[in-house]
Design a protein around this ligand. Structure first.
Ligand SMILES: Cc1ncc(COP(=O)(O)O)c(C=O)c1O
Length: 392
């Protein structure tokens, strides 16, 4: 056998992906991000980004990033524990802790790393994790790497979570319940107060991922934890700086003891280069803007309700009855899904069609921004109506 044969399985694996209609591609955006973007020399309505508040190309973020780069360069050059720590990181952490009303916060170089590294740091092979079956990959992979015993409960199903806790909690040392707050591929939210009640009853830690809820829910956009009045409760709040905050990076907010522990035990923080200078400066600016300009969040919600209303009037099916900026429409099957995305793009709509294995059933995922206008929403619904046969 020649050496190349060892890699032949890659071609076969790609063939399988192709046959299952799971093949993915990338679309190159050639303009600044916004409610309308340019793709392939065509201006299209943008319902694909997570830039809920339109901050990713806000001039104040651009200027904060530029000024910081001029003063301190681009890269952090090393782990925060070695050469990579800057005053800017600390400023962002203090800002995040104030926003989240926690004692402390810790900034990671990605949201993925913040969640994964925190799970790995908190539990090990003598412990147990209970997680929502639809949790994001960063929580799922963290759970696998941690070597803790893992049980998945049915999506947002408190009764199932309680049954699993009742059955298995007592056989393990530490216990962690992990859930997203606003679910990225379904657009619905976890029943956080009930999860926290169960956690108290079963002596369990709770880790929430607020990636999509930041800027969207709660007073000052502080997230689902704030919106559900859970800010004073014992809880580990993780999230990222790359969606409504328009920058890059992740964070964990919680007690001082937790954060000090993570500085000594979270591998994705200890052994990864500190968040880059421009990302850090832009994120700090975004945290201030989100709190100082609540009209952005208010406009986002007006758009959410307006779009749901228009979709209902056009009798287009919605996957969830919960209102949020993530609005999903069921797509008939994976083959239709594969054709739908390019067809919509040609018709002038940039939106994600998400397929298995990312989600259990194919769906069109529309992501609403505060910067969409009523005309954008009307145009979107008119175009989607032409594709109603595939949306079922
Ligand atoms: C729910 C959720 N958590 C975490 C992440 C990872 O964050 P980041 O892209 O900042 O690494 C994402 C998406 O990117 C996400 O959707």
């Amino acid at each position: 056998m020649g050496g190349l044969d060892a890699y032949h399985w890659l071609t076969e694996a790609l063939d399988t992906i192709e046959r299952a209609h799971w093949k993915r591609g990338m679309k190159q955006v050639t303009s600044r991000s916004g409610a309308v973007v340019e793709i392939g020399a065509q201006n299209v309505l943008n319902f694909a980004s997570n830039d809920y508040l339109g901050l990713a190309s806000d001039d104040r973020l651009v200027q904060a990033a530029t000024r910081a780069m001029q003063d301190y360069g681009v890269g952090a050059t090393g782990s925060r524990l070695l050469s990579g720590h800057r005053a800017l990181h600390r400023k962002l952490e203090i800002g995040l802790a104030r926003w989240k009303r926690t004692e402390e916060a810790l900034v990671f170089s990605s949201g993925y790393g913040a969640c994964l590294g925190t799970v790995v740091a908190l539990v090990g092979d003598r412990d147990v994790i209970f997680q929502d079956q639809y949790n994001h990959s960063c929580l799922q992979q963290g759970a696998k790497l941690s070597q803790a015993k893992l049980y998945s409960y049915k999506h947002n199903n408190i009764q199932h979570l309680q049954e699993l806790l009742q059955q298995h909690r007592s056989q393990h040392r530490r216990c962690l319940i992990a859930t997203e707050t606003l679910f990225s591929m379904d657009g619905d939210c976890c029943p956080l107060p009930e999860v926290l009640d169960l956690a108290q009853q079963y002596n369990s830690m709770v880790l929430v991922d607020e990636a999509h809820a930041n800027g969207v829910f709660g007073q000052n956009g502080a997230g689902w934890v704030q919106a559900t009045d859970c800010q004073g409760r014992p809880l580990i709040q993780a999230g990222n700086l790359s969606k409504a905050l328009g920058s890059m990076g992740g964070y964990v907010a919680g007690s001082s003891v937790l954060i000090e522990y993570l500085r000594h035990r979270a591998p994705t923080w200890m052994y990864s280069t500190g968040l880059s200078i421009p990302d850090t400066a832009a994120a700090a600016m975004a945290v201030a803007i989100v709190q100082g300009e609540p009209q952005r969040q208010a406009q986002l919600w007006r758009n959410v309700h307006d779009l749901r209303e228009r979709l209902n009037q056009a009798e287009l099916p919605l996957l969830s009855s919960v209102a949020s900026p993530i609005i999903c429409l069921p797509v008939r099957d994976a083959a239709t899904a594969q054709e739908l995305e390019p067809a919509l793009l040609q018709a002038g709509v940039f939106a994600a069609v998400v397929r298995p294995p990312t989600v259990p059933t194919s769906r069109l995922r529309l992501s609403v921004m505060s910067t969409h206008t009523p005309d954008h929403l009307g145009e979107l619904v008119a175009i989607l109506s032409d594709f109603r046969d595939g949306l079922a």
